[in-house]
Design a protein around this ligand. Structure first.
Ligand code: ZN
Length: 186
């Protein structure tokens, strides 16, 4: 029953299809729980590591991409996910860009606007926490798509914010971690 869910942009369709592929609701719930159990949280060491670049010659990443897609589909509030958040030290980010999903492999911000805005952000690895974070309004990102094709695109607003959040993860530097740490070391 492995299909590459990340290629399908319609979340409702994804979930409906998943419900059909398992026998009943209970099994669906168990499956959902199992998929979501891949999420690394709080002070899991991998969240503090700097991820390495994907080597398209030697790294087999299809399963990682598929699992990232599923975890994001099952998460209630997620709009982005980094590979380290499901236990892979690889520079891969999944971005919810409006109705579309976008994989960014080995992403690099090559330009960022001085114009910034501040919004409260949450993170699947730090459930329940929020932090106002200042981010560039517009960024230019160089990355490889899931087919290994290099792309350079400009993003703005919420999409630019999500990308910056996920790239923080790839550097082992999610800003929510310090809030969690402060709350838990009192
Ligand atoms: Zn996050």
């Amino acid at each position: 029953m492995i299909t590459l869910f990340y290629k399908d942009n319609d979340m409702k369709k994804i979930k409906k299809r998943l419900k059909k592929t398992v026998d009943n609701k209970l099994q669906y719930e168990r499956y959902k729980k199992r998929i979501l159990s891949n999420l690394r949280k709080y002070d899991d060491p991998i969240l503090l590591e700097v991820s390495r670049d994907v080597d398209f010659e030697t790294d087999k990443i299809d399963d990682v991409l598929a699992l990232m897609g599923r975890v994001l589909s099952f998460s209630k509030t997620g709009v982005g996910l980094a590979a380290c958040q499901i236990g892979y030290n690889l520079n891969i980010a999944l971005i919810q860009d409006g109705d579309n999903r976008l994989f960014m492999i080995n992403p690099e911000i090559i330009k960022e606007s001085e114009d910034k805005s501040t919004l409260r952000e949450g993170c699947l690895s730090y459930p329940g926490l929020e932090l106002p974070i200042s981010r560039s309004e517009e960024i230019t990102v160089k990355f490889f798509d899931e087919k290994g094709k290099e792309q350079t695109n400009e993003y703005r607003g919420l999409t630019a914010r999500i990308i910056q959040h996920e790239i923080d993860h790839l550097k082992g530097a999610c800003q929510l971690y310090s809030v969690w740490k402060d709350n838990n070391n009192k």
